[in-house]
Ligand binder design. Structure first.
Ligand code: HEC
Length: 95
């Protein structure tokens, strides 16, 4: 599920600094938004968001990232709650 929906833009390997469109998501669950130090292309919107990536925020983000956070550089919409939950559960394992 992650590979199909997210992996073109996100690495999930610990310490992988390969430049992709989006930040490496290793350890993202429970962390502050825009906290991946090797990623230098964060939008102002996400830097100022003050979010913590918990279940609720990730669910809103994956439902409609641009609607949840106007000005973000990630555009993604997933209407299927079970797909969102599967992906969020996967993100929790990346630690
Ligand atoms: C087309 C490329 C693209 C796709 C596909 C994509 N993302 Fe992103 N993602 C981004 C970009 C770009 C950012 C940085 C957003 C910003 O700076 O506003 C980002 C940011 C994030 C963040 C915040 C990271 C942080 O450090 O705060 C999470 C979490 C995230 N994406 C999860 C996902 C998940 C899960 C999927 C698959 C369901 C996904 N993304 C699909 C490009 C993408």
């Amino acid at each position: 599920m992650f590979i199909k929906n997210c992996a073109t833009c996100h690495s999930v390997q610990k310490g992988d600094k390969t430049l992709r469109a989006g930040p490496n998501l290793w350890g993202v669950f429970g962390r502050k938004a825009a906290a991946q130090k090797d990623y230098t292309m964060y939008s102002e919107a996400i830097k100022k968001s003050g979010l913590i990536w918990n279940d609720q925020n990730l669910d809103k983000w994956l439902t409609n990232s641009g609607g949840f956070m106007p000005g973000t550089n990630m555009y993604y919409m997933q209407a299927d709650a079970s797909v969102r939950k599967t992906i969020i559960d996967y993100l929790k394992t990346l630690k």
